[in-house]
Every structure is written in structure tokens, then in C-alpha cells.
Design a protein around this ligand. Structure first.
Ligand code: ATP
Ligand code: MG
Length: 267
């Protein structure tokens, strides 16, 4: 990752936000999906993002790890500009290799767990650290076992995804992301594909992760989680941040009609 001053907002004094989005815009053809998203997540903070289907939540997360190119604006993670290099007032896209290097520090967990079906839980977790980070297999296995224990699945190391419940698969997916020692974790509706009785166990793992100091952005409609765990709640609609703030305040006393209408539909 470049440390050139022009590519970095790192102040070197601990006050650099973990995530800084400045007027991020994203179009798909003529469709404007993100229309200038600005937000900031401090180290150790949890931001929950809510909003109607199609409002751009997943697209925004995908821009943070440069799975999507932005059309305008800037995204910084831990002070480093994501996906681009700045030269003067112009920006140039990074090589795929450099972007992949940045992406290693960003854990992502999706609605569908995307585990390798032909590998055990343990092997799913060991894969990236050994292949991408070149960590010794024995060390990666030790760490994977610790992570399985952390997500409550110490006894499932040798199970294949098809032998695990959805909630268990999602906990393996979280352990897999953690195995890369990410600086931050992005969750895109991690519980919305789960049977209701399995939601709690996944939220429990995420709660523990938040308590351990992990910086997280969580797209979710689990308002109990947002209320208790999040430091910020962001309501997005049609590609803009309509309202954000302390989750308890936003949920109890939404200021905008669009927020009120959305919350009345889901609460
Ligand atoms: N690769 C793509 N090509 C074209 N349009 C896309 C692409 N990805 C997303 N879109 C469009 O961008 C808009 C925002 O999609 P996005 O998935 O970010 O919404 P979302 O807020 O995550 O919705 P949901 O709650 O349903 O997951 C939608 O209109 C979607 O159809
Ligand atoms: Mg989505």
C-alpha cells in the first residue's frame, strides 16, 4: 500500500478515521446508485446501515473494498485512499494487484456464506491465510481452531458446509474473514437468509466482535442489534444518506418523513 502523502490522510496521531467516505458517487450506466455518500467511522466504532431495497447499501460496501469502481468522491480506509492513487488533483486506478493487497485488510461477510462446499470448516478458514498471506500451514491451523472456538464451533472443524446449519455456516464465514486479521469488517445482511431461530447465534458472535474493538459496518434490519451495538445508525434511501446519528435517537425520534415511513414498515 502506498504511503505517499498524497495518497493518504493518515495524520499519524491516532485520530485518522478507520473509514472516511467523501461524496462517493457510483453509477451503473445511466442509473445513479450512490449520489454523494459521506460518512466517517472511527476506530473501534460500529456503524449500522439501513434502508429500502435498491437504496445502494451493498454497492456502498462493495466500493469500500473496491469491488466496484467509484465514479466520483474518495474512500479512505485507515488513511489510505482505496483503489486509486492521487496525483495532484487527478486520480488513477490502482493495479488489480495493489487493490487486492488493500482488500486483504477488509473482512467481508455476505448474506450467502460463500464457503467452499468441498472443504471442511477448518480448511475454509485456513485457505486465505496460507494462500494469500503465505502463513505456515501449522500456524494457520492453530489460529483457525482458535477462531472456530471463538465463534462457538470448536467441534465442527471437520464438518463440510452442507453438514452445518445456516447459522453455523455464517459463523464459519465470520471466522474465515477474521483469519486474515482485518482492520475492519463489513457485513452485508449477514442474518437475512437465516431461519429466525438461527439469527441470534450470529448476532451474538458479531456483538462479541464489536465488544472486542473491531471496526464494523453492518447492513442489517435487526433493529435490536443496531440499537444495542451500533455507535451510529445511517438511513440510506435512493443513493443518499437521509439521516444518521445515535441509533437510539434515530429509532425513537426519526427526523425525516422517509425515515419514519421506512421504520414504520419494518418495526
Ligand atoms: N452490477 C450492477 N449493474 C447494474 N445495476 C446494479 C448492479 N449492482 C447493483 N445495481 C443496481 O443498483 C441499485 C442498488 O443496488 P444495491 O444492491 O446496492 O441495493 P441494496 O440497498 O443493497 O438493496 P437490498 O436491500 O435489496 O440488498 C439497484 O437498483 C440495483 O439494481
Ligand atoms: Mg444489498
Amino acid at each position: 500500500m502506498s504511503t505517499a502523502a498524497s495518497d493518504s490522510t493518515n495524520l499519524g496521531d491516532g485520530s485518522t478515521p478507520m473509514i472516511l467516505a467523501q461524496q462517493v458517487c457510483k453509477n451503473f450506466g445511466s442509473l445513479q446508485v450512490l449520489k454523494g455518500i459521506s460518512l466517517e467511522v472511527t476506530r473501534g466504532e460500529v456503524l449500522c446501515m439501513i434502508g429500502p431495497s435498491g437504496s445502494g447499501k451493498s454497492t456502498f460496501l462493495r466500493c469500500i473494498n473496491h469491488l466496484e469502481q467509484v465514479n466520483a468522491g474518495r474512500l479512505y480506509v485507515d488513511g489510505d485512499l482505496i483503489g486509486y492513487r492521487e496525483k495532484g488533483d487527478r486520480i488513477y486506478e490502482m493495479s488489480p494487484r495493489a487493490a487486492a493487497r488493500q482488500r486483504r485488510d477488509i473482512g467481508m461477510v455476505f448474506q450467502h456464506f460463500n464457503l467452499f462446499p468441498h472443504r471442511t470448516a477448518l480448511d475454509n478458514i485456513v485457505e486465505a491465510p496460507t494462500q494469500v498471506k503465505k502463513i505456515r500451514k501449522a500456524d494457520a491451523i492453530t489460529r483457525a481452531k482458535e477462531l472456530l472456538d471463538r465463534v462457538g464451533l470448536a467441534d465442527k472443524a471437520d464438518s463440510y458446509p452442507s453438514q452445518l446449519s445456516g447459522g453455523q455456516q455464517q459463523r464459519v464465514a465470520i471466522a474465515r474473514a477474521l483469519a486474515m486479521d482485518p482492520k475492519l469488517m463489513l457485513f452485508d445482511e449477514p442474518t437475512s437468509a437465516l431461519d429466525p431461530e438461527l439469527v441470534g447465534e450470529v448476532l451474538g458472535v458479531m456483538r462479541e466482535l464489536a465488544a472486542s474493538g473491531m471496526t464494523m459496518i453492518v447492513v442489517t434490519h435487526e433493529m435490536g442489534f443496531a440499537r444495542e451495538v451500533a455507535d451510529q445508525l445511517v438511513f440510506m434511501d435512493a443513493g443518499v444518506v437521509v439521516e444518521s446519528g445515535n441509533p437510539r435517537e434515530v429509532l425513537a425520534n426519526p427526523q425525516h418523513d422517509r425515515t419514519k415511513a421506512f421504520l414504520s414498515r419494518i418495526l
